[in-house]
Design a protein around this ligand. Sequence first.
Ligand SMILES: C[S@@+](CC[C@H](N)C(=O)[O-])C[C@H]1O[C@@H](n2cnc3c(N)ncnc32)[C@H](O)[C@@H]1O
Length: 167
Amino acid sequence: MSGFLSSHGYLNVLGVDPAPAMIAAARERFPAVEFTQLSDPPRTGLPDGALDAVLLISVLTCVPTDDGQRGIVEEAARILRRGGLLYISDLWLQSDGRNIERYEAGQRKHGVYGIFDLPEGVTLRHHERQWIAELTAGFERAALDDLDVQTMNGHAARGFQWFGHKR
Ligand SMILES: C[S@@+](CC[C@H](N)C(=O)[O-])C[C@H]1O[C@@H](n2cnc3c(N)ncnc32)[C@H](O)[C@@H]1O
């Protein structure tokens, strides 16, 4: 997304990720864009109120715990200016049998319906509407769109785009 924004005229774009391989790949692909590896996520080290917008695109799905997600949204609130935009693009809970089976196994293991393990050893999360409302309650919601999307593994899924402003 940072590369896309940069190529569409946004001059002041910063991409952050705690994974060194993601940062290395992004720098190689978009040499003109600034990327920072987070050494102590979710802390970004940016000053309070520094940003006009924070975009979390498929980030929450990779940070499955309630506390992990709260930490990211709180950091976003800290670094956004008043009125600044938080944008979240992610996945809802799915209703097909394959997903329900893994949510049930995940609930037994992780205690939250929607958290599940992939055979590759990664733990992900799909989201209840109520949880997204709770997570973002400190913001003024501007819009919430439901979308048909494709997951990282190529499956059709129900996703969402959430837009809100810092109060
Ligand atoms: C599915 S990838 C999406 C990456 C990118 N947003 C994109 O659209 O190409 C999710 C990423 O979230 C990163 N991540 C995990 N914790 C994070 C945090 N606290 N802040 C920012 N990114 C984080 C993971 O390392 C992973 O690279």
